[in-house]
Write a protein that binds this ligand. Structure first.
Ligand code: ATP
Length: 225
């Protein structure tokens, strides 16, 4: 295999909307793990939660805006182009086909997402396709389900170098600066007419206002006579 190739980071999510918690963590991993790039992959139909307030295309547009001016950030729309639920297994398979068998791939997940890994579609096979980088997130519980503890033990790796040694198979716990920001909080602020400024990029917020996204009132509410 080619030893020169730097790992490609893959950050999946609902991004409903994208915020500085996502962006700052991704930038830190890009630097500390010496990643070739971080690909932001919004899901089409979230597999693990209810229907979001805005469309997948709208969430994608916000991800494009947020990532446009940062070298190494890539907005990746492959889950929007696929039918059915967005399974990370299918996404990694598609990236594996695109980048080849030797390219190190690193699936990036927050601690809260990682705690649920054993509920994901074909979860035990994810590490055949990619490494997993777990970033610590504020508020997340420290203890993990026993089934995950067992899965992690033989796979744990301890540094960025190990990510480059193999194309897949390792699990790395990587601290990132704790920013207690969630999309839930941003949606709640917007729904109450309060400003989420400084929790997400101004360009993203401007687009949210321009397109009147995240208003509580359904768009098809009849206009009173
Ligand atoms: P919601 O509040 O709607 O659940 P969210 O803010 O958690 O959304 P997601 O799109 O679900 O955002 O998250 C995508 C990925 O980013 C997940 O792996 C999640 O753990 C991680 N993540 C989300 N917020 C942060 C944060 N503040 N710091 C680090 N990682 C985060």
């Amino acid at each position: 295999m080619s030893m020169a190739s730097l790992p490609i980071g893959i950050l999946g999510g609902t991004f409903d909307p994208i915020h500085y918690g996502h962006l700052r963590s991704a930038l830190e991993l890009l630097g500390t793990l010496d990643l070739a790039e971080v690909r932001f992959v919004p899901c089409r139909i979230p597999a693990h939660r209810g229907t979001p307030l805005v469309t997948a295309d709208q969430r994608m547009a916000l991800v494009r805006l947020a990532t446009a001016d940062q070298p190494g950030f890539v907005a990746d729309d492959r889950e929007l182009l696929r039918d059915g639920p967005s399974y990370m297994f299918d996404t990694l398979l598609s990236l594996r086909e695109e980048f080849g068998d030797d390219a190190p791939l690193s699936l990036i997940v927050g601690t809260d997402a990682f705690r649920e890994l054993h509920t994901w579609h074909r979860w035990r096979e994810l590490t055949r396709l990619a490494h997993i980088v777990v970033m610590r997130r504020p508020g997340a519980l420290q203890s993990l389900p026993p089934v995950l503890e067992k899965f992690i033990a033989p796979r744990v790796i301890h540094d960025a170098f190990a990510l480059r040694q193999k194309p897949a198979g390792g699990i790395l716990f990587q601290p990132v600066t704790q920013l207690n920001i969630s999309a839930t909080q941003i949606r709640a602020l917007l729904a109450h007419g309060q400003s989420p400024r400084y929790l997400l990029p101004d360009a993203v917020l401007a687009c949210i206002h321009d397109r009147a996204l995240y208003r509580t009132q359904p768009l098809n509410t009849p206009v009173p006579a």
